[in-house]
Design a protein around this ligand. Structure first.
Ligand code: CP
Length: 318
């Protein structure tokens, strides 16, 4: 694997290999000395053109725990604000000897352009491009679901599990990455959203679709319910064109105590973050014993260690 650009081009075997490697990485983090020498001498650049808390910090932690040198590059305060292009930024990173570039960009396709533009030789990891893909988020979601819902998970997928993805599917790279990865791993996926927040081309996707959360809960016993953030910054008018009011959205799609009580005893609640508490998820649901939202963030470090290790260290053992 040279790049990690999306989940749609990962085979089941490749995905399971990343998840199993993440399990090994998580085990190394239980040790007193958590730092591994694996990527000593390698340089990882975090290239963020869009805001991030979880992804940027966990990639930095992951690279440092593998002993890589880390350069953090934020578009704010850089020459990008003077109009420098992605190509010239990439050429600069190449000149600095970047072995891997972790890129988040507002434009769908930016990570592919960086990987295939012949501007740099290193690996490219997509940390979220527009509304397109966010592969390491989906991998950490699958890792978290597998840990909770699959007995002796090593070497296994998510076969037979049913997972709901609820909310702003239209603007969600997390949803696109998860639909591809979860189905590759054998899960059945349901999408739940207002018609205005379902992508136009959803027809061929291997999912069933519900127009409100209660109908979905009537139809299926979900093993995991993944709530998505309403991405008002990507909606003209802050959402008014997509749903009548925040209260109406919460009434039909919000996960609250009553809907939480409808889930099976073993079911988990997920959210990639950041959350709009009180809009797509109530505080009671976000902080409930079923919630694995904080654990998702913690698992992000092990999964990103696994991704960097497999891209940069080849077959060496962690
Ligand atoms: N889930 C996620 O991508 O969070 P950040 O935007 O904080 O990185």
């Amino acid at each position: 694997m040279k790049h990690l650009l999306g989940t749609d081009d990962l085979t089941r075997a490749e995905a399971i290999r990343i998840l199993d490697t993440a399990t090994q990485m998580a085990a190394t983090q239980e040790r007193e000395a958590r730092k591994l020498p694996t990527l000593r001498g390698k340089t990882v650049v975090n290239l963020f053109f869009e805001d991030s808390t979880r992804t940027r910090i966990s990639f930095e932690a992951a690279a440092k725990r593998l002993s890589a040198d880390v350069i953090n590059f934020s578009a704010k305060g850089s020459s990008v604000s003077k109009g420098e292009s992605l190509k010239d930024t990439a050429l600069t990173l190449q000149a600095m000897g970047a072995d891997a570039v972790v890129v988040r960009h507002w434009a769908s396709g930016a990570a592919h352009q960086l990987a295939h533009g012949n501007w740099m030789h290193g690996s490219v990891v997509n940390a979220g491009d527009g509304t397109h893909q966010h592969p390491t988020q989906a991998l950490l979601d699958a890792y978290t679901a597998r840990r909770h819902l699959v007995d002796e998970p090593d070497g296994k997928g998510l076969d037979g599990l049913r997972i709901a993805i609820v909310g702003d599917i239209l603007h969600s790279r997390v949803a696109r990455s998860n639909v591809a990865l979860l189905t590759t791993l054998g899960a059945q996926v349901s999408l739940v959203a207002p018609p205005t927040l379902i992508p136009v081309g959803v027809g061929p996707w291997p999912v069933d679709v519900f127009m409100n959360l209660d109908d979905a809960l009537d139809a299926h016993h979900f093993d995991a319910v993944m709530m998505l953030r309403v991405q008002r910054e990507r909606m003209s008018g802050g959402g008014a064109a997509y749903f009548p009011s925040p209260a109406e959205y919460t009434r039909l799609f919000g996960l609250d105590s009553a809907r939480l009580a409808r889930l099976d005893a073993h079911s988990i609640v997920m959210h990639p973050g950041p959350m709009n508490r009180g809009l797509e998820i109530s505080a009671e649901a976000a902080d409930s014993t079923r919630s694995v939202i904080v654990e998702q963030v913690a698992n992000g470090v092990a999964v990103r260690m696994a991704a960097l290790y497999l891209l940069l260290a080849g077959e060496e053992r962690p």
